[in-house]
Design a protein around this ligand. Sequence first.
Ligand code: CP3
Length: 298
Amino acid sequence: MRQAGRYMHEYQAVRQKYDFLTICRTPELIVEVTHQPIDAFGFDAAIVFSDILLIVEAFGFDLRFYDDVGPVISNQLTRGMKLTRHDVSFDYVIQAIKMLKKSLKVPLIGFAGAPFTVASYFAKDAKLWLLEDPDSFDLVVDLVADATIDYLNAQIDAGCDAVQIFDSWSDRLALTQFDRFVKKPIQKILKGLKKCPVILYGRANIDRLHTLQPQALSLDAQTSLQQVRKEVGNLCLQGNLDPDILRTNPETVMRETNAILTSMKNDPAFIFNLSQGIHKETPRQNVEALVHCIKSYG
Ligand code: CP3
């Protein structure tokens, strides 16, 4: 789950001094903000502080983040332009992982975006492109898959205990396109990865990814854990509290959290998680209520 962020005053204090991308590119700052939610709430695992979009710099894109807008790439790729990969090592992430492995007492999760979701940000009119000219879009996702393999393998070498691949926009595709532009590139990545547990995050149709044999699937709130459980055998499932629930009040948080825990009681392999990134207007006491509710359950 997205752990760090603007809902924490500790994070805001760092953000007053540095912008988001500066934090993402400075090992000591990555270490500091990765620790913040673990130290404050006692989550069972940490996720490296970074973003799925940093990898676009390996293709020469100009990535910026604006408050209240989010990520913007001004020099997007248009149809007919060739995607070229530059030699970018993401050393700052690798250094931070090595430092975190020394200081953290919980497992560390590395991550990357899946090729379709990453391409959705840098390719102009990505969906129209893949519908009208699927062959050239294949080449784009294939190159992103190659860069992702190298990036995740570097994170695994540096000591990550598991890696997660986020295909946050996979629900924008119909089934035929899903298999070609979501499933196939993720399959390529899984084949290219060194030995390490892999968690796949996706939205609609995530059950179609279980044949790729990841160690876990991470579900969003629109997907039924019980339904997916029926289709995937004993595969580990994560999910799927809607992060908007964390914007309400402790009673509602506890009611909804208990509902998920009870629905998955006696399940062979279930890990509680959020459906997607945590909202910046999340009261801290709701996160505390969430953790208390899970740790005291049953
Ligand atoms: O502890 C952590 O926060 C882990 C690091 C992490 C971030 N982004 C940090 C971040 C992870 C795992 C992500 C994943 C990510 N990034 C996804 C996939 C899953 C998800 O969380 O929904 C996506 C689609 C992105 C792209 C992205 N990054 C968007 C759309 C935005 C702007 C909207 C927002 O949520 O603020 C970001 C910015 C971002 N990434 C922030 C953080 C902490 C907020 C940065 C800030 O303003 O200080």
